[in-house]
Write a protein that binds this ligand. Structure first.
Ligand code: ZN
Length: 430
């Protein structure tokens, strides 16, 4: 089964957006009420049955059942009689809200590090879902939402053929409302099998990625170059009264700015993924926990470039889409081994950018060396013999670069172009 998510911008009309705002408000109130119910139940069970809590708490009967999804969904149907405004929202949308709450709770008990679920403010509640759609709900330039009717969208790309729409999600962003459509096909696509040409990738600090074809691809640094403008805006925000009209306007401006940067970055990453996929049949990367990475020393540079999302989400998706084999290999000692003779050359400090082997005198950029090690490990993993020299080069002269020459690749198009093509690929997430 294949699933795609396509994103479209909804054509703004005052009345429609007002309706969406109302939807969000009602959904949020249901979420928060459900959360308070669960929380009260949990807290009433804190102290032993013959004691009282020092802090005041609701007293809930000992035999009262936990407000689970099932119980809450039942209560919701009852509540609609009492509070008719709940009927303004599609019934399935509200059920989805309760499901979302249920998921937040079960996730917390499974992985406590995620944090206890919290009440949602307007800023933390931005979307609602239509889980079931009517027949023929797609048309060129418009879609039909259950219980709302036809709405106009900006048809930035065609709907995929051979897929059925399964779910609509309306998301509020700084630039307005967006529609996410989940397309599904029951066809079974075989997983890509390893091919002939292999490419190893090493995520670097100085360069965004280094390839085993001796190419160092520069980090885009979108945010950093725009940081000055962002700082200026944030400084101005400080001077405004919190919650005032001007404060809100500026806040919105900052949000739009951030969204633009995110779109540009995403577009760049997708182009990079396609560019890499053009070069090889197998793509090997190292298995790094980027979350802990971005918290540490490399916080700004690694978050700015979005390397984690690239290696873990975008690249595997593009590889799958284009039938390339993708594999993560062991990350240990990639910077210490020599790609020429395979010996361990010992630890390198961070500012040591060159790999110089004391056994075979092989000299190479540190990142490219690691990329080659990753490629060799990947080849071993899929049962290929390791190629000593790169006899598999498919690159033309333009991409054969010497060590330590940083290149900016030709697909790096100017900003205006990036903006136009942003979010062209069907992958969810910001
Ligand atoms: Zn060596």
């Amino acid at each position: 089964m294949i699933k795609f998510t396509y994103r479209y911008k909804i054509k703004p009309t005052k009345q429609l957006f007002k309706q969406f705002d109302q939807y969000l408000d009602i959904c949020r109130s249901v979420y928060n009420y459900g959360h308070s119910e669960r929380k009260a139940w949990l807290e009433s069970r804190k102290s032993k049955i013959d004691r009282c809590s020092i802090v005041s708490e609701y007293i809930i009967a000992a035999d009262a059942a936990f407000p689970s999804y099932k119980n809450q969904a039942k209560a919701l149907t009852e509540a609609k009689k009492k509070f008719p405004h709940l009927k303004l929202v599609n019934a399935q949308c509200l059920q989805q809200v309760l499901k979302r709450l249920d998921k937040a709770w079960t996730d917390f008990f499974k992985v406590p590090e995620r944090g206890f679920p919290r009440f949602r403010s307007k800023n933390r509640f931005r979307s609602f879902i239509f889980p079931q759609l009517g027949k023929n709900c797609l048309d060129i330039g418009r879609v039909k939402l259950p219980s709302i009717g036809w709405i106009g969208i900006r048809q930035s790309r065609d709907y995929p053929t051979g897929f059925t729409p399964k779910q609509f999600q309306i998301v509020r962003r700084a630039t307005g409302y967006h529609l996410m459509i989940v397309f599904q096909s029951s066809e079974v696509v075989p997983e890509p099998i390893p091919g002939k040409i292999s490419l190893g990738l090493d995520a670097g600090i100085k360069s965004f990625v280094a390839t085993s074809f001796e190419e160092l691809i520069k980090s885009p640094k979108f945010l950093r170059s725009k940081l000055r403008k962002l700082k200026l805006l944030q400084r101005r925000l400080k001077k405004k009264t919190k919650g005032s009209n001007n404060w809100l306007k500026l806040q919105n401006k900052i949000a739009k700015f951030n969204e633009k940067v995110a779109n540009t970055r995403r577009d760049w990453l997708f182009k990079l993924a396609h560019y890499l996929c053009e070069q090889a049949d197998n793509i090997f990367v190292e298995d790094i926990n980027f979350k802990s990475w971005s918290r540490g020393l490399f916080a700004l540079s690694s978050l700015d470039s979005g390397i984690g999302g690239f290696i873990n989400e975008i690249l595997p998706f593009v590889c799958w889409k284009r039938g390339r084999f993708y594999l993560k290999v062991d990350k240990n000692f990639t910077s210490q081994e020599c790609s020429n003779c395979g010996q361990r050359t010992g630890k390198k400090t961070l500012n040591q950018r060159l790999h110089i082997c004391q056994f075979c005198n092989h000299t190479e950029s540190r990142d490219t060396n690691s990329a080659k090690i990753i490629m060799q490990r990947g080849q071993r993993a899929v049962g290929h013999t390791v190629q000593e020299k790169r006899d598999n080069a498919v690159l033309d002269g333009a991409f054969k670069h010497l060590n330590l020459v940083q290149v900016s690749a030709p697909w790096l198009s100017p900003m205006s172009d990036c903006r136009k093509k942003a979010c062209r690929d069907g992958l969810t997430g910001a």
